[in-house]
Design a protein around this ligand. Structure first.
Ligand code: HEM
Length: 445
């Protein structure tokens, strides 16, 4: 048997290389790794060995073999935030929960959400009417509307008044998690200031979710939504219902995974449209022609072809889930290179979707890349903003539909202008965010 090789990569621990400035700009560093070492590289990152993949076939191998490549276990960033919900759980337990939750998001069942998504967006646009000519941070606005949408569509609750609390707790947790030392990671029960901050803000989120669940207890029959389903379902073998803790983890997961990513993507799309007048005009023409002043329907959304390409191109340049980490549960070989049990394996939609080996003029905003003709030879995993394999985003169709509706409504009624000196800076936390938000002047059309 031929011996597998060790993947190439920088010598020493990259966190000790100040010139690399990688803590704040990991997304850019990954692109440099590909340039310097090619399609696979090995990095010593604090106490971890990380294998970074920049080849669509290698990424496919990892995403499709979930018996070898599992979600990062204890201490993983998402697990600290979300507990053991659908995004973080593993094995048979995950599969059982996935089978339970997935039908709510089936394409055929999404149509019934159109009206509620439209209503939430209309409410926001009603507020915007009063702000005509003012500059608002659309990043904040998009977070507000997407939280409202998840609350109303999936849990039949109005969480608008909770927005500031939830949003600030989430940001503080994500920042504290990122700032946890990568060399000396103490368990969370050690009362370090950063741990106390995580704990305090996690409690804030917990309380919000518990309130929603408690309020629903006793009135489940009144609602036909995801929350009722989660509360009433019984395990096929034990006939037991979900514990309160499990219910809390699932509900929090859907709330967090379902609003922030979509909001970031909407904000990035509005930013890109403000910078690209031609694309904005073309999209507005399509929306005016297909939807006009009428109701939004499933059939009309299918006809928003250019708008859909704009959304896809926005998620290529600024994928909210900018990195997808896994952990090798067994030894493996990828592309002739050795992967060892315990190695962290990293795929990055951000870096892969800007790789000059797959995308011409990769930093340019060109929605036409996404015509069927232009994409026909593109490897499947050169573009994967929703991940792939069995763990692919359960809400991907929901998110696409939501983004179409929100954007169609905004573009039909408003133009938006960026301040002249505005430079977009990225903040790569668990999700990719615009660091200083996206301030735009709203101009009624
Ligand atoms: C633009 C919006 C969104 C993006 C870019 C996005 C991206 C992703 C990605 C990349 C994954 C896979 C992570 C991995 O493999 O480690 C994922 C998983 C997931 N997403 Fe999304 N997502 C979005 C919207 C949503 C929405 C709207 C919901 C729910 C309402 C949602 C719920 C979930 C859940 C529950 C998982 C875990 C699925 C599992 O492991 O079985 N996401 N998402």
């Amino acid at each position: 048997m031929t011996q597998a090789a060790t993947a190439p990569g920088p010598r020493g621990n990259v966190l000790l290389m100040p010139t690399r400035n990688i803590r704040k700009k990991t997304h850019e560093y990954l692109l440099r790794l590909e340039k310097e070492y090619g399609e696979i590289s090995k990095i010593k990152f604090g106490p971890f060995t990380v294998i970074y993949l920049a080849n669509p076939d290698y990424i496919e191998h990892v995403l499709l073999n979930r018996d070898i490549y599992t979600k990062v276990q204890e201490g993983g960033m998402l697990r600290i935030l979300l507990g053991n919900g659908l995004l973080t759980s593993e094995g048979d337990f995950w599969l059982k929960q996935r089978r339970l939750i997935q039908p709510v998001f089936h394409k055929q069942r999404l149509e019934r959400f159109i009206q509620k998504i439209s209503e939430s967006t209309d409410e926001m646009l009603g507020d915007w009417e009063k702000k005509n000519g003012e500059t608002v941070d659309v990043y904040n606005e998009m977070n507000r509307v997407t939280l409202d949408i998840v609350g109303k569509t999936l849990f039949s609750v109005n969480v608008k008044s909770e927005f500031d609390k939830v949003n600030s707790a989430l940001t503080k947790i994500m920042t504290a998690i990122r700032n946890r030392s990568r060399f000396m990671r103490f368990p969370l029960w050690v009362p370090l200031p950063s741990h106390l901050r995580i704990e305090h803000n996690r409690k804030v989120l917990d309380e919000t979710i518990s309130e929603i669940i408690n309020q629903r207890k006793g009135e489940t029959g009144k609602f036909d939504d995801l929350l009722t389903m989660l509360m009433e379902v019984e395990d096929a073998d034990t006939r037991e219902r979900m514990t309160d803790k499990q219910l809390r983890d699932e509900v929090l997961t859907i709330f967090i995974a379902g609003h922030e990513t979509t909001a970031n993507s909407l904000a990035f799309t509005l930013y890109l449209l403000s910078k690209n007048a031609e694309a904005k005009k073309k999209m507005q023409q399509e929306i005016d022609a297909v939807i006009g002043t009428g109701e939004i329907t499933f059939e009309k959304l299918h006809r928003l072809e250019y708008t859909t390409m704009v959304i896809k191109e926005s998620m290529r340049l600024y994928p909210p889930a900018w990195m997808i980490p896994r952990e090798a549960a067994k030894d493996d070989v990828i592309g002739g290179y050795q992967i060892r049990k315990g190695d962290k394996v990293l795929a990055s939609p951000y870096a892969m979707q800007r790789s000059p080996r797959y995308w011409s003029n990769p930093d340019a905003f060109m929605p036409e890349r996404f015509t069927a003709e232009n994409m026909k030879d593109m490897p499947r995993y050169a573009y994967f903003p929703f991940g792939g394999g069995a763990r692919m985003c359960v809400g991907n169709n929901f998110a696409m539909m939501e983004m179409q509706i929100v954007l169609a409504k905004i573009c039909a009624q408003f133009d938006f202008v960026l301040p002249e000196n505005f430079e977009l800076e990225l903040l790569p936390l668990i999700t990719l965010r615009p660091k200083e938000g996206v301030p735009v002047k709203l101009v009624k059309r």
